[in-house]
Write a protein that binds this ligand. Structure first.
Ligand code: ADP
Length: 342
């Protein structure tokens, strides 16, 4: 895919705070990138720089082969759905959606028709005359999306668009964002701090931490091959063990195991709790360790087991069936054991 949006060594400081530190990022045309990171990691600053609300201290931002530095907001072909999704309270829903078209000098009949069409695309057909006050949170969010998309931006920036919605509305909005993206082929950047949301929506994840990119890649990449413990932790990892490796052999508290990907020296081993297998009889497989069951918590569709090896090692396994005994064996398949430097 061709690169659409490129950031090259972009930095931004607010007084003593270095909000973004030499960010380099490429986003393919028509793809969806999720920007993940804890609060204060620089996610909104990144969107505001791309939108042109603020300017970088250094570095370049380019759309296609055109630099955006010095280009005013309304000339950037970049749309932003801000976090608070504020609609103009004195305008009707239709006028809210048509606002950007009015600013661009589109005639009234044409902008009304385009707004109507856009409202239909976000499943709000017939809402044009309504007032923003009469909308639910989910509806207001869809109007904000329609308002940003109606001017056909090349890049759409979404700042935590789903954080205020409850679970089923979130799912609907996720589906809608995906559908709109497929229909409009808009390049999208979506800020979230919810890793599940990021994984289910995005083609690419960028994980920010203290103004720096910790890792970027496909969801599978970050999930299965985290470069650092912080990445795995942020994506919901819970098993982290100090270890010593020599090629494909690794020792965790004296327990010898096998890695699929060779590693040399000291580091940390992780395995996703969903990928640890639990047996009631020792299976004839590699990386099997006897453990005793310490805790079994039900989450309705899943049981979260805490298991302890005689060395003191504690491992978490999330399984579909509760075990019938406390003496168990865990299997850590080599392809799911992953080692990192810190
Ligand atoms: P996030 O969106 O990941 O929560 P932000 O981009 O909002 O993070 O903020 C990154 C850092 O920059 C934070 O330390 C924040 O306090 C600081 N910051 C952001 N905007 C401003 C501003 N306008 N003035 C001063 N500090 C700011």
């Amino acid at each position: 895919m061709t690169a659409d949006l490129r950031l090259h060594q972009v930095s931004k400081r607010f007084g003593p705070t270095l909000a973004l530190d030499q960010i380099t990022l490429t986003v393919s045309a028509g793809s969806l990138t999720a920007i993940l990171g804890p609060s204060g990691s620089g996610k909104s600053t990144l969107l505001h720089l791309i939108a042109g609300i603020i300017t970088p201290d250094q570095g370049n931002i380019a759309l296609g082969d055109r630099s955006l530095i010095g280009v005013p907001m309304h000339r950037r072909q970049v749309g932003l759905v801000p976090q608070n999704r504020l609609l103009f309270p004195h305008l009707s829903v239709g006028e809210n959606v048509a606002f950007g078209l009015k600013m661009r000098g589109v005639s009234r009949p044409e902008r009304e028709a385009l707004a109507e069409q856009m409202l239909e695309q976000v499943q709000l057909k017939g809402f044009a005359q309504r007032h923003p006050r009469s909308l639910s949170g989910g509806q207001a969010q869809r109007v904000a999306l329609a308002r940003a998309l109606v001017v056909r931006p090349r890049v759409l920036l979404l700042d935590e668009p789903l954080s205020a919605l409850d679970t089923h509305l979130r799912q609907d909005m996720q589906d809608l964002i995906r559908t709109l993206q497929a229909e409009t082929q808009t390049t999208m950047l979506l800020v979230t701090h919810d890793h599940q949301e990021a994984i289910s929506l995005a083609d690419q994840l960028t994980l920010l931490h203290q103004g720096q990119i910790l890792q970027q890649g496909s969801p599978v990449d970050l999930f299965q091959r985290p470069r650092r413990c912080a990445v795995a932790r942020f994506l919901g990892g819970v098993n982290f063990f100090p270890a010593q490796a020599e090629g494909e052999r690794v020792w965790i508290q004296g327990i010898p195991l096998t890695l699929k990907t060779a590693y040399s020296g000291a580091g940390w081993v992780t395995i996703r709790p969903e990928l640890v297998r639990v047996w009631e009889r020792p299976p004839d497989r590699v990386n099997v360790v006897p453990v005793s069951l310490e805790q079994c918590r039900s989450r309705g569709w899943q049981w979260q087991l805490q298991l302890r090896h005689s060395s003191g090692l504690v491992i978490q396994a999330w399984v579909q069936q509760p075990p019938g005994q406390s003496q168990l064996w865990v299997e850590c398949p080599p392809e799911h054991l992953w080692m990192m430097p810190d």
